[in-house]
Design a protein around this ligand. Structure first.
Ligand SMILES: Nc1ncnc2c1ncn2[C@@H]1O[C@H](COP(=O)(O)OP(=O)(O)OP(=O)(O)O)[C@@H](O)[C@H]1O
Ligand SMILES: [Mg+2]
Length: 241
């Protein structure tokens, strides 16, 4: 039996004036995948994520999460279905403490996440060196601690599907590897993860399947080896496609 699909889009489209941010996106992720999404700047990666979690509406097309159509479902309801998202720009509350930031997602959410969710959250706190009783204001954290706080905030809601938009942006290479190791471990416990990343060392480290976006479209999909050796994929990064 094939592994069930946890996330699927059908002919998803989104325009901003004259800019096509998403065009006929048919994207499918199965339960337990750790998928990487790459693509040049402006390819539409963040726009796709924001439509998946309900922050921005699609112009047309459909989105399904765990078999339910969520195309017009509000973002907080998708969180309850078990979708967790981190943003490309930091969204932790800088004036609040580490403790308060980590408590926010847990208060209103009773997500679809299983028992495993609590263990995943505890694991992330441990490996990222975050203390849920820490009264330090987030504003005082270093950049890597803030990035890791955001991942922990997402895990606090016990999601079943996690979307991470450039979680290693600005991290040093040892911090990037630590992030990769954590995501791989979380994935090995059954958590489905989709991660946008520019750092190819990270992608080679974590990805099973890579999806390439270009000009709002899915340009290629394949194994890391297939994608990194593709002349067509190289050409879009060099601006020749
Ligand atoms: N709110 C918006 N209003 C107008 N145009 C937008 C808006 N959001 C995104 N765009 C445009 O849509 C296209 C896709 O942007 P998006 O941020 O999704 O790309 P990206 O792949 O995440 O890029 P990056 O790698 O730089 O993060 C770009 O041309 C961008 O300028
Ligand atoms: Mg982006």
């Amino acid at each position: 039996m094939e592994t069930p699909i946890i996330l699927e889009t059908c002919s998803l489209n989104k325009r901003f004036g004259g800019v096509t941010a998403a065009e006929n996106i048919n994207f499918k992720v199965r339960v337990g995948e750790l998928r990487c999404m790459i693509g040049p700047n402006g390819a539409g990666k963040s726009t796709l994520f924001s439509m998946l979690c309900g922050i921005q509406g699609a112009d047309s097309g459909q989105i399904f999460i765990a078999g339910r159509e969520v195309t017009r479902m509000q973002a907080f309801r998708r969180v309850k279905l078990g979708v967790g998202l981190t943003f490309q720009t930091n969204r932790a509350f800088h004036e609040l403490s580490v403790r308060e930031n980590l408590a926010i997602p847990r208060a209103p959410v009773k997500s679809a996440g299983s028992e495993a969710g609590a263990a995943r959250f505890a694991y992330a706190l441990e490996v990222f060196g975050l203390d849920p009783k820490d009264e330090t204001r987030a504003a005082e954290l270093s950049h890597n601690q803030l990035q890791w706080l955001e991942i922990a905030m997402v895990l606090a809601a016990h999601p079943i599907l996690v979307l991470l938009d450039e979680p290693t942006a600005g991290l040093a290479s040892d911090e990037t590897s630590r992030t990769a190791a954590v995501l791989k471990h979380l994935n090995s416990t059954g958590l489905t993860i989709v991660v946008v990343e520019h750092d190819m060392a990270f992608v080679k480290e974590v990805a099973q399947t890579v999806t390439v976006l270009h000009q709002g479209q899915i340009f290629a999909e394949g194994t890391v080896a297939e994608i990194t050796s593709s002349e067509q994929v190289k050409s879009i990064y060099l601006g020749r496609a």
